[in-house]
Design a protein around this ligand. Structure first.
Ligand code: TLP
Length: 347
């Protein structure tokens, strides 16, 4: 039985074109700045983000952490959403490794942070308080349903940050999904910020890696932090070669994942006991809750559909996230809907 894996877009294996590029990659020692493939990837990434420079890092987590550690010293404070990936799922790295104090404010349903909440969270100059240095946005916003934040909103936050001499970092793990959903170039979403991390290894199918982009000075400092974190990767061109294909050939096709997410959601919406966040997801994620009266909880549903060859993970006791990606085609969407019909039809 061929598995259909909807747990995340992080599970995407490289495409055949990527395998070929990796096999033929030109490499050198990237810690010496001598890997031509990494240099090409970093330049391309910076150009796509409308920023001056890029830094290839092993993961989105390291990209975000390196950004925070570059901007902040021990005891400094960052403002971020209570449902942000950096707060929830990055193992508390900013505190553990940087002594940085996270000041969370509520993420709204659309993934944004309320401008008034941000302004209230900024600390006045008073020896009792930590010094606020940074605001972090996430685009698309994962836990809010993979929703894209608009250019207008990002510009408003950048303006506010600027007014208080704060920096703005975007966790743009899926910024290309946001850009495709909004029908704009990703740089429009990234340019207003001081820095952005985006991931090559999610919907774009590269096996490993993210790129942190920002000003030349910022990236020079972040490069030292990456070394401190053990992220200097030597002949990383093998990985960068796949990243270059990701940026050159894999972005426009994200619209297919979004269309399949809408079709899958429409099918799920017809089933009993499924309460979708929205029947029309905007990017590649679908979130739903199981009706409190349904016999099955999330763990039960995951176990039942696993018998039908479908991999899901619960994202709460009665909550499930499904993520569409390159390796999920129309036939896989049909098979998934059939399996859900069989499982939920009997509940
Ligand atoms: N997200 C993963 C899990 O860690 C939850 C997923 O399956 O969605 N920012 C955002 C918004 C992310 O969603 C992720 C990964 C990261 C950063 C971290 O990227 P990696 O896994 O490369 O460290």
């Amino acid at each position: 039985m061929e598995w259909i894996d909807l747990r995340s877009d992080t599970i995407t294996n490289p495409t055949p074109e990527m395998w070929a590029a990796m096999a033929n990659a030109e490499v050198g020692d990237d810690v010496y700045g001598e890997d031509p493939s990494v240099n090409k990837l970093e330049a391309l990434a910076a150009e796509r983000m409308g920023q001056e420079a890029g830094l290839f890092v092993p993961s989105g987590t390291m990209g975000n952490l390196a950004a925070v550690l570059t901007y902040c010293g021990r005891g400094d404070e960052i403002i971020l959403g209570d449902h942000s990936h950096t707060f929830l799922y990055e193992a508390g790295g900013v505190s553990a490794l940087g002594g940085v104090h996270p000041h969370t404010i509520p993420n709204q349903h659309d993934g944004t942070l309320d401008l008034g909440d941000i302004e209230t969270a900024i600390r006045p100059n008073n020896i009792h308080f930590p010094i606020t240095r940074l605001v972090i946005l996430e685009n698309t916003h994962n836990r809010s349903g993979g929703v894209p934040l608009s250019v207008e909103y990002v510009c408003q936050v950048a303006e506010l940050a600027n007014k208080y001499d704060l920096r703005l970092h975007i966790d743009g793990a899926r910024i290309f999904n946001a850009a495709v959903a909004l029908g704009i170039e990703a740089r429009k979403l990234a340019e207003p910020a001081d820095s952005v991390t985006f991931c090559l290894s999610k919907s774009l199918c590269a096996p490993v890696g993210s790129v942190l982009c920002g000003s030349r000075d910022f990236i020079a400092q972040a490069r030292r932090i990456r070394k401190q974190l053990g992220g200097g990767m030597r002949q990383a061109g093998v990985l960068a070669a796949a990243g270059i294909i990701a940026l050159e050939n894999m972005i426009d096709r994200l619209a297919e994942d979004h269309a399949r997410a809408r079709r899958l959601a429409a099918g799920l919406n017809e089933l009993p006991n499924i309460i979708l966040d929205t029947p029309e997801p905007l990017t590649n994620m679908i979130f739903f809750d199981l009706n409190p009266n349904a016999e099955l909880d999330a763990a039960g549903l995951v176990a039942s559909v696993a018998k039908e060859g479908i991999k899901l993970t619960p994202s709460g006791a009665r909550r499930i996230r499904l993520v569409l990606h390159y390796w999920i085609d129309d036939a896989a969407v049909n098979r998934t809907l059939d399996a859900f019909r069989r499982v939920l039809g009997n509940v």
